[in-house]
Structures are given as structure tokens and as C-alpha cells.
Ligand binder design. Structure first.
Ligand SMILES: [Zn+2]
Ligand SMILES: [Zn+2]
Length: 828
């Protein structure tokens, strides 16, 4: 009777069966409660790695669990398919990017199917497919019409290796994140999305994100970087010009001892013209131009400055302060000028010391005197103002508001909120991306491509040059087009969009993937959104999530959706490590999912990954752990087959009166396991503890099998335990679960069964063991009814002869009772 656990036969069989029976096909049943479970879609690099397996296994447990709980579950998968690697492969191997990409997708899709993830493949999307990027382009035009997409000349990070512009966050220590080339600065006409218009909302709406990890919210908050301050106007000595600086510390205004301009500040050339400083300053400017912005503002870069022979006038006290240029001030941020207060800012302090600039103390702790010459670092604590005219003696926190108010009254300054967030640069001078749907006409100017002409298709027969410039720039049949407005010869935009644009709305396309008349229908989006559980790596904590939130708010304003946040709950899963470090080809510590599936099957791989660590923690790969998971599944297999006669002979109704102590214990464990697994999945995603509870249940059933003779098995109790064991295992190990479910006589898939509910009365233990201590030392262990109150328990303990004799001639001072656990008697 007993068969062997042949995963290599079982798994493909069930995968085919699920597909044929459309077990995971989801309908847009708008009257049913919905649940949207989403894992971040992958870049189709060619092969799944263990990080993917982890991400999707976690999502699959959530999706299967919610589905068995009766929700209409949307659990889709697709491909973030545009981007540079396809182009690099095209140059290297002379394969067209489309071919390379779609072959990789085919391969990864079949790998995903071998993992048995419950995706509705009918909803698959690929961002590089014209059916998809048509709508990426259409959305661009909606933003353009709203003034949220605009073009400007901008100093950009140019990677000569990739021949494209990089976002600031793609530059690491002054080098390209992808190819390590040193990043240069270039001025180019570029398209931007105006995310800065949404800075306040992106920040304020974070209070809606209760289901997000705090660390991710903090990262977003810092990235948006809101600061309140005052923009102060300074006159320039001997000139008509005025300049403004932004500061969050107007309380230190009397302590300004120098001013720093960005080298690119338009006044600099003017101020040095014909002076003795001209030559030296120009040489300095040239030098700074060779440093990119990232290097210039990095805390590790040496701050360098130079006096330019000009002075500004402090509007509060008329003091003349010298003006310098320095590498760390950028024209693109704030006003391109900052005031230096070395006594109360550490960076300014170091700079002032280096260039022997004066230091004016204007805040000091109550009852103490700070001497500027004796300072070894800036004083940045709270204190009272000194040397600050009418504001002397006021606490500096209070002075912040008072000075700002005074400045506004005297028209010296104005309160302002500043953000660190910059607009989103979306232009890429690359081929493999969604073309920006814009045409330039000499007569009409910038003309959006009319909706009827979408998509602007990427030509497929293109030649790639090793130097990496986009072939679109040289392909006349692509860029030479008639103007849609006047018909004159015009030029098509040859830039394509940043791939982050594609991935900032894909979750909406899944709600209506085959729509040919719109990006999605409002009806479907309103039913499915927002995503109930989003799961992915923490490396996307800033950009992807911020851009998606921005898009969702724009779509809300355009009345395309009724929600203004895309992801209700976020889980950032940890990495998969081997020998303590992240798996990577260069370290040679990669374990491929294929080889594990080949050797042990997908269920073992999934079970190991879910059992080895809680989802948000890093997971250390362990070959023994994989072996252990495989052995456990074999143990489950043998157990189910050992009881198969009992399950088949059961009627499905339990006579509670006739249960033995052993039967009751099995029932208690069965219902305790249902309770624990349900709680662990639904509240904290503690899959590891859920699985270990299932393991304990299996142990208990083996124990029952060995202890009770076969003719005394309670068929009904055994049947209840075994079918629940199979159901509870289904989200973790779906193939073996369906096979065993069928083996115990069921026709329908286990994955469409109702998730069990526990019987509260069965969970109650009849008896518990408590410990009796005297002065903290264990003296006895007693079996007591589990229903005893604290008082009943204590009374019971004092009635025991053994305890009474131990207490003879002693005075009882205190009794400490912990129900169901212990009684400690304190005596003298
Ligand atoms: Zn590069
Ligand atoms: Zn025209």
C-alpha cells in the first residue's frame, strides 16, 4: 500500500493539473471580498535566484492562505523587462534585446511554474510589450497635460561606460553603480516628472501607512527631507545686488562670520571680474567642475574653498562678512549660497578652522561662558542667546520663531519650507525603454503624440554599436516624422523612459491586464486596489516605493483611481546568505534553485526557505537544513499512509463521550495547531513557528501510532488530525499536500478547501503539571485540573501530605501562585 514520496513525479503532475483545472484563475467578482497579494516583479535576467524563491514563496503562502479563507485573491506575476542588460547583451552577443528578453522570460516563467507558485498566468504582464508600454506612454501624456512632465536643461550625471544619464541614486562614490566608470557632469535637455509638487503629500500620507516597516518610512522621510526655515536676504557690499540664503537656524544669524557661494553661482564671475582674485578663482572653478555633485556633497570629500574678494552685509547687525566659493555648495540645491556659522555648526566649524575664518559665539549654556578661541568643536546644544542685540538672554529654541517673525516684519527674510527631494529625471539616452511620446516641430514646438498614434513602437531591427550610443538617434525611419499638428517635417524624441516609470504602475495593470481601451478600468482598479500585501527587498525602500506612491496620487488627482496610496501593507524580506554573505557569482557561493528542485523537489526548497528564518530576517543557507526539510516531508508522507485505512473508514463525526486520554490529547494538538498556524500566518507572517508547530503535531501523531494499538485507534480523531495536517501544510508545500489530499480519498484540490477553524473546547487541556517551590527551590511537581483558578490551585497544594510535612514548624509568609505553572511558598 505504502508508496514512496516521488516528488519528481508528483510535482509536474500537480502543476499540469492546476493549470488544466484553472485552480488559480481569478475572476473580477466585485461582490466578493478581495485580497491583493503582490510580490515585486523581477527583471528577466535569465534565471531565478534564491532571493526570488524566497520572495515568491512568502507571497504564495499569503495568497493561498487568504484564498482558503474565502477571499477572492489576486496574485499575479510579470516582468520588469526594459533596461540596460538587454542592450549590453545585444552588443556583446549580437542578439536583439527583444529576443534576449523574451527568451529569458520564457525560461524564468517555466522555473516559476516548477516552484508551484499560485499565479494566475493569464494576467502576466511584461513592461517591454507594446500592449503595456502604450499605456506607460499614455500616462506620460496625462502627466504632461497636467504640467507634471516637463523638459529642462540640467546638469546630469553622465556615465561614459553606459552612455546614459544616471539618477543621483545610481551613482555610488562618484562611480556608476552598474559599470563602475567614473561619472561625469554634463548639461543636457532632459525630461522630468515633477514629484516635488507632491513632496508634502508624500510625507503627510505616510501616516496612512500603518502596515509598513518603520525603517522604510524613515528612509522615505529622510529622502523627502522636509525642513522649515527662513530665506534671508543679504545685500552685497558696494553693490545693488541682493542674495538670499536658506537656513533652518535663524537663531544663529548674529553668528554669521562668512558666506559661501556655489562656484556656479551666476554672481561669482561678475564679482571677480577685473579683480586680483579673478585668475585664482577661475582656476578653482575649473577644478571643482571636474568633481561630480555626489563627490562634492559627500561627507568624506575634503571641503575646499576660496575667498573671492567680496563681502555681504548681515541684515541684522550690518556686519561685513567675507564671501567664499566652495565645492560643497551646489547651485541646484536651495539658492546656491549658504551662510557660515562656525560657532554652532560642525561642518562650518571645520571649514572656518581650515581657512582661519572668524568664529562668533551667539549661544551658550545657561551660567557658562564659551570662548571662541578655546572651542574644539561647534556648540550645537540648546542655550541662551548672547551677542544678538535685542534677543540676548532668550532661549535659542524660542528665538527661532521670534527672529523669523522679526525678519518678516522688517522684510529681511521669509519663512519657507524646503525639501531635499528633487524632480524625477526620467530621460534615458538608451534604446531598450519606452520611447517618450513627444515630437519636436520648428513651427509648433513641443507636440505630444496623439493618443491614436500610440504606442510609439520601438523599431526592432536596429544595429548596436559597441560604444553604446542609442541606435534610435541614428535611425531616420524612427525620428523623422511629420508634425501631428501642421504636417511639416518634424523630429521625434529619441530618449526613452527610466525603467522606474514602467514599474511605478504595473500593479494597476494587473487589475485589468487585457484592457485595450485604457491602462485599466476604474471599476477593476477600485475593486482590487490597493495592494493588501506587497512583498519585496528593502533595496526598493526608497525609489520604487516613492515613485509608485507619487504615481498613485497623480492618478487619484486625475480621477483614474479612488485610492491615493498603492500598498496597504509592506513586508521587506531579508536576504539569502551563504557562509554569512549574500549569494553572488563573484563570491562563488551561489546555490541555484534548479539544482535544489532537481535533488529534493520544490516543496522541500519552499519549506526550507520558509522554516529557516522569519521573512524579514536574513536567512543563512544550510544544506543540512534542506535535508531536514526533505526528511520531514517524507515523515509526513509515511504518517498519512500509515493512517490511510482509518481515514478512509471514518464517518466524519466524533463521539466526544467515548474519547480516551490519548484521543483527547490528539484532538487538543490538532486544534492547537490550527489555531497557532492561523495566527502565525495572519498576524505576523511567522511561517517558521507555524511550520514547527506542524512538526510537533506530526511527532504527536507518530507517538499515538506507537503507543495505541492499531485496533484501538479512534478513526474519527485520526481522520480529523490527518486531514487538517494536510490542509495546514498546503500553503507551504502545495504539491505533496494535494497528492496526500487525494490519497485520503478527496476529489477536489486541497487548495480550494476552506481553511479550518479551531474548536476552542478541544484546545483546553484537561490537566496541567505545576511546580511547587519552597523559598524558590523546586520541591514537587503536581498534576492538577487545567480549569483550577489560582485559589483552587493553592488550596490543592496545601492539601497535599508531602507539602504539609515539608511545612511543619515553619511560618508561611507569602504564597506566590502562577496559574497552570507554579506555586512558590515563602517561609521563615
Ligand atoms: Zn555605467
Ligand atoms: Zn508643426
Amino acid at each position: 500500500m505504502e508508496e514512496r514520496y516521488l516528488f519528481s513525479e508528483i510535482e509536474p503532475k500537480w502543476q499540469t493539473n492546476w493549470e488544466d483545472q484553472k485552480v488559480y484563475a481569478v475572476e473580477d467578482k466585485h461582490d466578493k471580498p478581495k485580497y491583493y497579494a503582490l510580490e515585486m516583479f523581477p527583471y528577466p535576467s535569465g534565471n531565478l535566484h534564491m532571493g526570488h524563491v524566497r520572495n515568491y514563496s512568502i507571497g504564495d503562502v499569503v495568497a493561498r492562505f487568504k484564498s482558503m479563507q474565502g477571499y477572492n485573491v489576486l496574485h499575479p506575476m510579470g516582468w520588469d523587462a526594459f533596461g540596460l542588460p538587454a542592450e549590453n547583451a545585444a552588443i556583446k552577443h549580437k542578439v536583439p534585446p527583444a529576443k534576449w528578453t523574451f527568451e529569458n522570460i520564457d525560461n524564468m516563467r517555466s522555473q516559476l511554474k516548477r516552484l508551484g507558485i499560485s499565479y494566475d498566468w493569464d494576467r502576466e504582464v511584461a513592461t517591454c510589450h507594446p500592449d503595456y508600454y502604450k499605456w506607460t506612454q499614455w500616462l506620460f501624456l496625462q502627466l504632461y497635460k497636467k504640467g507634471l512632465a516637463y523638459k529642462k536643461k540640467a546638469g546630469v550625471n553622465w556615465c561614459p561606460g553606459c552612455a546614459t544619464v544616471l539618477a543621483n541614486e545610481q551613482v555610488v562614490n562618484g562611480a556608476c553603480e552598474r559599470c563602475d566608470s567614473e561619472v561625469q557632469k554634463q548639461d543636457l535637455e532632459q525630461w522630468f516628472y515633477k514629484i516635488t509638487d507632491y513632496a508634502d503629500r508624500l510625507l503627510n500620507d505616510m501616516e496612512k501607512l500603518n502596515g509598513w516597516p518603520d525603517k522604510v518610512k524613515t528612509m522615505q522621510e529622510n529622502w523627502i527631507g522636509r525642513s522649515e526655515g527662513v530665506e534671508i536676504t543679504f545685500r552685497l557690499e558696494g553693490r545693488e545686488d541682493q542674495i538670499t540664503v536658506f537656513t533652518t537656524r535663524p537663531d544663529t544669524i548674529f553668528g554669521v562670520s562668512y558666506m559661501v557661494f556655489a562656484p556656479e553661482h551666476p554672481l561669482v564671475t561678475d564679482l571677480i571680474k577685473g579683480t586680483e582674485y579673478e585668475e585664482k578663482v577661475n582656476a578653482f572653478l575649473k577644478k571643482v567642475q571636474q568633481q561630480n555633485e555626489i563627490t562634492r556633497t559627500s561627507s568624506e570629500t575634503e571641503k575646499e574653498g576660496l575667498f573671492i574678494g567680496a563681502y555681504a552685509i548681515n541684515p541684522m547687525n550690518g556686519a561685513e562678512v567675507p564671501i567664499l566659493v566652495a565645492n560643497y555648495v551646489l547651485m541646484g540645491y536651495g539658492t546656491g549660497a549658504v551662510m557660515g556659522v562656525p560657532a554652532h555648526d560642525q561642518r562650518d566649524f571645520e571649514f572656518a578652522k581650515k581657512y582661519s575664518l572668524p568664529i562668533h559665539v551667539v549661544i551658550q549654556p545657561e551660567g557658562q561662558t564659551i570662548v571662541a578661541n578655546a572651542m574644539t568643536e561647534a556648540f550645537t546644544e540648546e542655550g541662551l542667546l548672547i551677542n544678538s542685540g535685542n534677543f540676548d538672554g532668550i532661549n535659542n529654541k524660542t528665538a527661532l520663531g521670534k527672529i523669523a517673525e522679526y525678519m518678516e516684519e522688517k522684510s529681511i527674510g521669509q519663512r519657507k519650507v524646503n525639501f531635499r527631494l528633487r524632480d524625477w529625471l526620467i530621460s534615458r539616452q538608451r534604446y531598450w525603454g519606452a520611447p517618450i511620446p513627444i515630437i519636436y516641430c520648428d513651427k509648433c514646438g513641443v507636440v505630444p503624440v496623439p493618443d491614436k498614434d500610440l504606442p510609439v513602437q520601438l523599431p526592432l531591427n536596429v544595429e548596436f554599436r559597441p560604444e553604446g550610443t542609442s541606435p534610435l538617434k541614428e535611425l531616420e525611419e524612427f525620428y523623422k516624422v511629420p508634425c501631428p499638428e501642421c504636417g511639416a517635417e518634424a523630429r521625434r524624441e529619441t530618449d526613452t523612459m527610466d525603467t522606474f516609470v514602467d514599474s511605478s504602475w504595473y500593479f494597476l495593470r494587473y487589475t485589468d491586464p487585457h484592457n485595450t481601451t485604457g491602462a485599466w478600468s476604474k471599476e477593476n482598479a477600485d475593486y482590487w486596489m490597493n495592494v493588501d500585501q506587497y512583498i519585496g527587498g528593502v533595496e526598493h525602500a526608497i525609489l520604487h516605493l516613492l515613485y509608485s506612491r507619487f504615481f498613485m496620487k497623480v492618478f487619484y488627482d486625475l480621477d483614474l483611481v479612488k485610492m491615493d496610496e498603492p500598498f496597504a501593507n509592506l513586508l521587506t524580506q531579508g536576504m539569502v546568505l551563504k557562509d554569512g554573505t549574500k549569494m553572488s557569482k563573484s563570491k562563488g557561493n551561489v546555490v541555484s534553485p534548479e539544482e535544489i528542485i532537481e535533488k529534493y523537489g520544490a516543496d522541500t526548497a519552499r519549506l526550507f526557505i520558509l522554516f529557516a528564518a522569519p521573512p524579514e530576517r536574513d536567512l543563512e543557507w544550510s544544506d543540512q537544513g534542506v535535508e531536514g526539510s526533505f526528511r520531514f516531508l517524507n515523515r509526513v508522507w509515511r504518517l498519512v499512509y500509515a493512517f490511510i485505512e482509518e481515514v478512509e473508514g471514518s464517518t466524519g463525526s466524533i463521539n466526544l463521550e467515548g474519547l480516551t486520554k490519548e484521543d483527547k490529547e490528539i484532538r487538543r494538538i490538532t486544534h492547537h495547531t490550527i489555531k497557532k498556524v492561523t495566527e502565525d500566518i495572519s498576524t505576523r507572517f511567522n511561517f517558521n513557528t507555524a511550520i514547527s508547530t506542524i512538526m510537533e503535531m506530526v511527532n504527536a501523531l507518530y507517538h499515538y501510532k506507537d503507543k495505541v494499538s492499531k485496533n484501538e485507534f479512534n478513526k474519527e480523531v485520526v481522520a480529523e488530525a490527518i486531514s487538517n495536517l494536510v490542509i495546514l501544510s498546503a500553503p507551504f508545500a502545495p504539491h505533496i499536500a494535494d497528492e496526500l489530499w487525494q490519497a485520503i480519498g478527496n476529489k477536489e484540490s486541497v487548495h480550494i478547501q476552506q481553511w479550518p477553524e479551531f474548536d476552542a473546547t478541544a484546545v483546553v487541556e484537561d490537566e496541567v503539571t505545576i511546580v511547587v517551590q519552597i523559598n524558590g527551590k523546586v520541591k514537587d511537581k503536581l498534576q492538577i485540573p487545567a480549569s483550577f483558578t489560582k485559589e483552587e490551585m493553592e488550596k490543592f497544594v496545601f492539601e497535599q501530605e508531602r507539602i504539609q510535612s515539608l511545612l511543619e514548624e515553619k511560618e508561611v509568609l507569602k504564597v506566590i501562585g502562577v496559574p497552570k505553572k507554579l506555586v512558590n511558598i515563602v517561609v521563615k
